[in-house]
Design a protein around this ligand. Structure first.
Ligand code: 5GP
Length: 190
């Protein structure tokens, strides 16, 4: 079979009128996501965890993470209010879509794109724990370690990054940029 030729990774681009430059390329992301999937498969062997994706940003990471998990697992989604086109976390979060699955007694893994202040994750974990799951874990692709204000336990972290605004691989800038296969950082901030 003919080898697939991927589009080459762009070094920089414009989204929503701002310039962004490459930060994490697709190969780096793919390798790390595979490692996280392997870790989860080992940690949850013999159980059937349910992955709860946080919409919208986590959909791409969740899809790749799930394909890297080789034990039985299920999926569901919740949605929080977003910060709109803002680059700074307002910290004000609301639940816009609840999960449909019953997670009482289940092994739940919340899957997020990025943990910034940690306020969204703190809010999600509070809601999830009220359903009495058997266990509650967190997988996040990115963690802005210096920006995190609250103490949330992150079990699976793809990359620890600086306090910079990033887009791509599900992460948006005013709803744009989610379709990028690579992660980019805004040029002004770096
Ligand atoms: P937190 O509540 O931890 O401050 O923020 C989490 C949410 O803020 C993420 O799920 C994401 O929607 C948004 N966010 C935080 N930092 C970034 C960033 O650098 N880029 C993008 N696109 N969204 C971000």
């Amino acid at each position: 079979m003919q080898e697939l030729h991927h589009l080459s990774v762009k070094r920089s681009l414009t989204v929503g009128g701002d310039r962004f430059k490459i930060y994490l390329d697709r190969k780096t992301i793919r390798n790390r996501v595979s490692e996280l999937g392997a870790e989860i498969s080992t940690d949850f062997a013999g159980r059937t965890p349910i992955l709860i994706g946080v919409l919208n940003g986590a959909f791409m990471f969740l899809a790749d993470l799930m394909r890297s998990i080789d034990i039985d697992c299920e999926v569901d989604f919740l949605k929080l209010s977003s910060y709109g086109a803002e680059k700074i976390s307002s910290g004000v979060v609301q639940e816009l879509k609840k999960i449909d699955a019953s997670i009482e007694g289940r092994h739940v893994i919340v899957v997020e794109d990025i943990v910034d202040t940690g306020l969204s994750m703190e809010f999600i974990l509070k809601i999830m724990s009220e359903y009495n799951p058997a266990s509650l874990s967190v997988a996040t692709l990115l963690h802005k370690t210096d920006a995190t204000k609250v103490d949330v336990r992150l079990d699976y972290v793809g990359f620890r990054i600086k306090n910079l605004f990033v887009i791509g691989y599900g992460l948006d800038y005013g709803q744009l940029g989610r379709n990028l296969a690579d992660i980019y950082v805004i040029e002004d901030d770096s």
